[in-house]
Structure formats: C-alpha cells, structure tokens
Ligand binder design. Sequence first.
Ligand code: ATP
Length: 302
Amino acid sequence: MTSTASAGLEVAGLDKTFGDLAALTDMTFDVAPGEVFGFVGSNGAGKSTTMRIILGVLAADRGEVRFGGSLINSDTRRRIGYMPEERGLYPKMKVGPQLVYLARLHGLSGSEAAERTAYWTDRLGIASRVDDDVAALSLGNQQRVQLAAALVFDPDLLVLDEPFSGLDPVAVDVMSEVIVEKAADGVPVLFSSHQLELVQRLCDRVGIIAKGRMRALGAVDELRSAGGLRLRIDAPRAPAGWADGIAGVLSADYADTTVLRVDGAHDDQAILSAALATGPVHGFVSETPDLTELFREVVTAV
Ligand SMILES: Nc1ncnc2c1ncn2[C@@H]1O[C@H](COP(=O)(O)OP(=O)(O)OP(=O)(O)O)[C@@H](O)[C@H]1O
C-alpha cells in the first residue's frame, strides 16, 4: 500500500499547559514525506506531549496539526503508526491475534491483516512467539510487537516515542532499517530518542526541545557546522594562553590538549606554526561538535 499523503506532517504553534506548567509553547515543526525527523530533548521537555497531541490522545490549548495538507482528523489519525511511550498492547492477548486485530481496526481485510502480521512478525524476529501472550515476552520482544503493531496496517505516517529504548543491538539495527525503509517509501517518520548517536545517524533533520520549546531545528550537519569549528591541538609544552590573539581564534580552552573555537577565516597553518613554536605537536585535528555536544549546549543554555 502506498502513502496517500501529498504533504507531510505539519505541527504549528502548539501550546499546552498542565495546571501552572507550560508543557509546550509554540511548538512548530514539519516532517516531509520520506523524511526521518528526530525529536530530542531532556526528560520532561515535551516530546511525548507533542506526539500525544498529534495522535489526538491529548488536545492542545492552541495551534494545529495538519497531515497531507488538511487538519488532522480521526480518519487521518487511523493511518498513523504510533508507538506510545507508555506502550499500548493487551498483555493477556496472544501476539498474532492481537496484531491481526489491530490491523483490522485500521481498516485491513482479514486476509491482508493475516498476511501483514506474518510479514512483520517474521521481519522483526518474533514469528516464533505469535501464539504467546504478550505478557510472556521479554520487554525487548514486547517492544518488537509494539513496533509490529505500528507497522502492520502500512501506515502513511509513523510517530514513534522512544522506539529504541530497551532494545538489544540486533533489534536496534532492525528498528533502524525499518525506519529508513519506511521513509524511502515516502512515509514521514517522527521519532524521539535519547540515543543521540542513532539520531545523528538516521535523521535527515532534528529538533532539539527544552522546556516545551523548540530550541534548534535543522539538518544534523547544518546544526553541527553552526555549532562552530574547533581545533584540538596536542602540544604538551605549550603554555596556557599560547593561542590568544591569533587571527581567527574565538576562544580557547587550555587543558591537557588545547581546544580552540575558530571562525571560518582562520588560518590553520598559522595556528600550527604558533603551536610548533612552543615545542612538539603530537596532534592537530579539526572538529565540529557532535549532536551530543550540541544538545548539551542547547539544553544548558535555557
Ligand atoms: N497528563 C499530565 N498531567 C500533568 N503534567 C503532565 C502530563 N503529561 C505530561 N506532563 C508534564 O509535561 C511535561 C512534558 O512531559 P513529556 O512527557 O511530554 O516529556 P518528554 O519530553 O516526553 O520526556 P521524557 O524524555 O522523560 O519521556 C513534564 O513536565 C511532565 O511532567
């Protein structure tokens, strides 16, 4: 089944308060068809609240959610594959019948539901468990069933709340593969995660949220370059302050190795010469901050 969405997911200006707590303020982003969007933020930042509003589990105080160019409604929501953070399976129901039931609830015929259940349980490595109650499975395998439940009706949009938490490395690989594959089919994929190296690897764009607001949004590489270039220099005999005043050096951290924040016009050879003038240089590496460092900067700045 192919996606019918002509435009992706648009989240515009969501506000949500719980009593005195502003859980979301003007939350705005979009996820294009075929795009993988990573939603990252500290505990309590507002990721699950945003996802619940997209799914209609919670109502926003202000703002709107569109999918395929129209305001999202109960029909379009039926086409969303959702993996809720609190998970949502029937523990006392067997894996296979449960998946068939959920697929039928999302509009598949009996034979389609059986066929898609067979496909996804096989693909996710739980085919031998279809006759077991969900509650009898390990937490990681329950999570695979939860992913199967989100995928079994060939959704037009995927919203996955911390899909990687608690998975073993093999299951992480399968989950990653599935996310990339669904996006390649044109499905917009929104997922939240605290595993930033996975987010960096899988996502076309990321949104970093803190205290209910979007604080940084863009392609990982763009955000990394905007985070500034740095030079890490291992010059053990260099005294503190050796790079102060060199053109293009914005700031310096003189610890065991020297880390210089530099601008785009810096002359790395001039900096290297200055380092060599202090004694031997064992390392001279240009770096951009990774997503984990960016995340720390964004979150500690609020
Ligand atoms: N039903 C609710 N009633 C009251 N407060 C709530 C409710 N749901 C969420 N909150 C609060 O709203 C804030 C945002 O929570 P949310 O679960 O969206 O964060 P999150 O980014 O998903 O965090 P985590 O990474 O820990 O899952 C938190 O302070 C949370 O305590």
